[in-house]
Design a protein around this ligand. Structure first.
Ligand code: AHR
Length: 367
């Protein structure tokens, strides 16, 4: 009962923030407190509320509407949530694998409202079509936390924790430019295997990479969806190998599993790739299996997307439980991985960013 009052207050604070025009996605990493207390007073109140919650021993019920199980990255994301929101840690996690179906995901969220869970976590399959169901969550007084992919047509959630997909795309483009210069490759003919259509991860990576491609005058021969799966990557690459035989020297896969499928298709078609091959192969995610292929030289570069959001989500929940207001946007830290040491850094959006050469130690340290 007490937890529902906290939830209602958070939703009221969200509405106040939105009315004040501070709740848009531009309000990066800002903390807005609905009260006019001093920081010390607020901290003391937060601590007291946290003690109260801990002392009550209440189990916190969370509904998590996960995208599906399409990739290694997704498996790591699900595992991270199950580890953090475990029974031992005082949580009851209601998990729904939405199998990449937006209708199923909306129904899952509505099911959590019916169950009257304390919090709802959504990793949105697509970035639009959310305002109605988020309004229903708000009306029910249930705070929503968005992870990984973004929701672009509603800000009725308390917090988003994830990656900057546009920066990942920009980084891949800047790396390719610097790499081609270092290797004296003066013509780039590129094939892109996109992720799932409508997902913000696909949109951000596509736009970021295209910005550099357009600036540099590269040719993008084709760009089709492989749905973030190994089968999808293989199928698209098989068709590319037939349609663009002998015409391409770069393949950009928007996740590791697509890259695994693309490698199988290129091998079958007699196309060589990687550091010793004719085709530069770039991937995103940098999960363990992806990094193993970077270390072996099959993938030239891999741009990380960090799946371990759950500990940050727990901080959001504990902030709310303690009576505070969490940050609206939390960006995960990410790294860029390469096979060769001919470049040590790239400049992305004016900032110098390190490139990590993959060794066994690096692979072992990855999720
Ligand atoms: O939304 C994150 C993306 O979704 C990851 O890059 C991909 O592997 C996953 O399926």
């Amino acid at each position: 009962m007490k937890r529902k009052i906290v939830s209602a207050l958070v939703c009221a604070a969200m509405v106040a923030t939105m009315v004040a025009g501070c709740g848009s996605s531009d309000s990066a990493a800002t903390t807005t407190d609905a009260t006019e207390e001093t920081t010390d007073d607020a901290a003391a109140d937060d601590a007291a509320a946290a003690d109260d919650t801990a002392a009550s021993g209440d189990v916190i019920t969370i509904g998590f509407a996960q995208v599906g199980h399409e990739s290694d990255w997704r498996t790591a994301s699900t595992q991270s949530c199950q580890d953090v929101f475990s029974t031992e840690n005082g949580y009851d996690l209601q998990f729904v694998d939405c199998d990449n179906d937006s209708a199923v995901q909306l129904e899952a969220v509505r099911g959590f409202i019916e169950q009257d869970v304390d919090y709802i976590i959504i990793d949105p399959i697509v970035s639009t079509g959310w305002d109605t169901v988020l309004t229903e969550c708000e009306d029910a007084g249930i705070p929503v936390i968005v992870i990984d992919r973004t929701i672009d047509d509603s800000d009725k959630y308390v917090s988003w924790v994830g990656s900057n997909f546009n920066t990942e795309g920009l980084a891949a483009g800047e790396w390719l430019k610097a790499y081609a210069e270092a290797k004296n490759i003066d013509e780039l003919n590129i094939l892109v295997i996109e992720g799932s259509t409508g997902a913000s991860a696909t949109i951000g990576r596509t736009e970021g990479f295209k910005e550099i491609a357009d600036r540099e005058g590269w040719t993008i021969l084709d760009s089709q969806s492989g749905d973030f799966t190994q089968d999808g990557g293989q199928e698209v690459m098989e068709s590319y190998c037939k349609s663009y035989e002998g015409q391409f020297n770069v393949v950009i896969c928007q996740n590791d599993n697509e890259a695994f499928g693309a490698m199988d298709a290129m091998t079958a078609a007699g196309v060589s790739y990687g550091v010793d091959g004719d085709v530069i192969l770039v991937s995103f995610d940098a999960c363990t299996a992806g990094l193993e292929f970077v270390m072996s030289g099959d993938i030239n570069a891999d741009f990380e997307c960090n799946p371990l959001a759950a500990p940050f989500v727990e901080e959001v929940i504990q902030t709310i439980e303690a009576g505070g207001t969490p940050e609206k946007e939390v960006y995960m830290e990410e790294h860029w991985f390469v096979n060769e040491d001919i470049l040590t850094s790239i400049t992305v959006d004016g900032a110098e960013q390190a490139l990590t050469v993959v060794t066994q130690e690096v692979v072992d340290a990855q999720y």
